[in-house]
Design a protein. Structure first.
Length: 294
């Protein structure tokens, strides 16, 4: 009887982003020239962010009048509060500022709402929209308030959003505005962030019903972190496991086909190559596998 190979398991359990080693205080920072200090502040901000938002309109109001809801307590950079200089750099880096609401409830039924400001760096921020009802107006405002006129270039949606075909319908939309917005799109991601129950499967016959399945060890965590980094490739040996990924009944191709149909109807031909991606992650502590808490 052969013993199980534990080396493969250990590779799965490796942490790719370990905590940085502690460093002592650097008391000479203030002696740097101002331009050097500003470069250091800016370098600390250069990371991608994943932002879950609701763009909601009031019943009876035109769709161009909307409100932005951040679906969990959002942590802005500490550089906004360290010194006047760091705050000035942060305000310049996150150069688009839009009013929003913080809410703890993903379904917007909570009365605990707080007025706030959404600070945006268009190149590094990905927006995961719950639906696209007023998307073109939100994206236009990001573009209009951006001195560099970059706009929304990174967009994401959940693979569980089964009504995406309806949300992209063009009947009542400002088609010219939507076309200009989608022409700026550079990355479109469909996200599968099922709850643990759904990852385990709802039926005994589900292919990944066993906790010992390597797919559970291969699934990245999604916990609403402030920043994220992308690996150029996944160093784990998991090609054989990607052939048996359990996605329940959600088919990500529906979301891609819905977007492609909008492109066809609006006669959109992007001059640049759009990066289309499918993301799988595990979101612990969420209700119904939707939006969790930090």
């Amino acid at each position: 009887m052969t013993s199980p190979d534990t080396s493969s398991t250990q590779r799965y359990l490796q942490i790719f982003n370990p905590a940085p080693p502690p460093c002592t205080e650097f008391h000479q920072f203030a002696r740097f020239p101002p331009e050097v200090r500003c470069l250091i502040w800016e370098q600390a901000l250069c990371h991608e962010r994943w932002i879950n938002i609701h763009v909601r309109t009031t019943m009876g109001a035109p769709r161009s009048v909307y409100e932005i809801f951040i679906c969990r307590p959002w942590k802005i950079s500490k550089l906004f509060r360290i010194t006047r200089e760091s705050r000035r750099v942060a305000l310049s880096f996150y150069r688009v500022k839009l009013p929003c609401w913080y809410t703890r409830d993903a379904y917007l039924s909570s009365q605990e709402e707080m007025r706030a400001t959404l600070y945006i760096c268009p190149e590094l921020d990905t927006f995961q929209l719950v639906h696209t009802t007023s998307f073109e107006y939100f994206a236009y405002d990001v573009w209009a308030h951006d001195p560099l006129h970059i706009g929304v270039v990174n967009l994401a949606t959940s693979c569980e959003e089964r009504n995406l075909y309806l949300y992209w319908r063009l009947g009542n939309r400002e088609k010219n505005l939507l076309k200009q917005v989608l022409l700026r799109l550079e990355r479109f991601t469909v996200v599968n962030n099922h709850s643990p129950q759904k990852w385990l499967g709802n039926q005994p016959s589900d292919p990944t019903s066993s906790l010992s399945s390597p797919i559970h060890r291969a699934c990245p965590l999604y916990n609403g972190s402030v920043g994220l980094e992308r690996l150029p490739y996944d160093p784990r040996i998991c090609d054989e496991h990607l052939q048996q990924v359990f996605m329940e009944s959600a088919d990500p191709r529906m979301q891609f086909h819905a977007l492609f149909e909008v492109f066809r109807l609006l006669e959109i031909e992007c001059a640049h190559k759009v990066d289309y991606r499918y993301a799988i992650c595990h979101q612990p502590g969420s209700r119904d596998g939707q939006i969790g808490q930090d």
